[in-house]
Design a protein around this ligand. Structure first.
Ligand code: KG4
Ligand code: ZN
Length: 335
């Protein structure tokens, strides 16, 4: 089976061709990071316009690279939410048009579920049940994955997400998007830990809160000179606080639910410092799973793969052209 994956939930235009026997044939991405850096954050109108401008080129590139034609596709999987409504509509319209014209079944995919499932694309993957920490630009969610499509949310951010903090502080430090990537690069030049707060770290809860840390850093920046050295120290200390919080919460979840298979997915999971801290847990008999970097940040391969799983397991989900987008769509909620 050949699956076409389409991702346009935020600012990345992704098209992937996935073969259920051979794996990912191609995973193409057009990133709008440079465009949105100019505005200090993602501008929804500009994101959807750029999806529209680029999606046909990216589709052609993906088909050419995998040496496939539209007629070779057996299933179309597309991000139907959560995300920016006008961005989701571009990918959804493309999916439904191809589906209608070529009579190919189409499957709406929950973008967050696709992040969770992305870990299963790899050869080295966790057995069920495992704990998944989704840490992306918009979400920080801890859940137990009991099986395909079986998710129990056990914690989440009460305010900002970890990725949002990386992005906001990065703009204040005059760095580029994606913030986490550039904060991580700059942190290597730091010579001092500024000991920023780590909200909820010692509390017996699996929820997260990052807004206090954000306000603390806003005030620090207001009251201190921003030379290169100080910027590097802010970058290091922010990364230190966020990664410590993430690791401590996943450790607590592992202890509470007695589950030793731990995975971290989503854009923030590409952070090397976080990976190093997590791999330290192997000493304590934890099995730690990360994606290759291309599967951490938004991509269409995870959509195609999840589409294949959904198509195989749930006959009702196929080819319903009446299905709308769902810009607010919880992981454990049916479409
Ligand atoms: O999963 P993703 O691509 O998009 C969403 O679904 O939101 O995640 C984007 C987030 C951004 O907040 C970005 O700053 C963060 O991932 N990110 C990183 C790194 N690369 C991207 N955070 C920390 N370290 C990185 N190397
Ligand atoms: Zn995402």
């Amino acid at each position: 089976m050949i699956i076409l994956g389409i991702e346009t939930s935020c600012d990345e235009t992704g098209i992937s061709i996935y073969d259920n026997k051979l794996g990912i044939l191609t995973n193409k991405l057009f990133s709008q990071n440079i465009i949105h850096t100019k505005y200090g954050g993602i501008m929804p109108e500009i994101a959807s316009k750029n999806h529209y401008k680029k999606i046909f080129t990216v589709l052609n590139q993906a088909l050419n690279k995998s040496k496939k034609k539209i007629q070779d596709i057996n299933i179309i999987a597309y991000s139907a939410g959560p995300g920016l409504p006008n961005s989701l509509l571009i990918g959804t319209t493309l999916a439904k048009s191809i589906s209608l014209i070529y009579k190919i079944p189409s499957v709406p995919i929950n973008h967050l579920e696709a992040h969770i499932m992305s870990i299963m694309i790899n050869k080295d993957k966790p057995n069920f049940p495992f704990i998944s920490l989704i840490t992306s630009g918009a979400h920080t969610i801890l859940c137990i994955v009991k099986g395909y499509g079986k998710y129990k949310i056990i914690g989440q951010s009460l305010d900002d997400s970890a990725g949002e903090l990386f992005d906001k502080i990065s703009i204040l430090l005059k760095l580029k998007l994606p913030g986490g990537k550039y904060i991580s690069k700059l942190s290597k030049y730091s010579n001092k830990n500024l000991n920023f707060p780590k909200p909820l770290i010692n509390k017996n809860t699996l929820n997260f809160s990052f807004s206090g840390l954000k306000t603390h850093i806003f005030n620090y920046i207001k009251n201190n000179k921003l030379n290169f050295n100080n910027k590097a120290n802010i970058a290091f200390s922010l990364q230190e606080s966020i990664t410590t919080i993430l690791v401590e919460k996943i450790k607590l979840a592992s202890k509470k639910y007695k589950i030793n298979n731990l995975s971290i997915v989503g854009g923030v999971s590409s952070n090397n410092y976080l990976r190093k801290k997590m791999y330290n847990l192997i000493k304590f008999n934890k099995n730690v799973f990360f994606n290759p970097k291309k599967l951490c940040t938004d991509n269409a391969a995870m959509i195609a793969y999840t589409g294949w799983i959904k198509y195989s397991l749930d006959k009702k989900i196929r080819n319903n052209l009446k299905i709308d987008i769902k810009s607010k769509w919880k992981i454990n909620e049916k479409f």
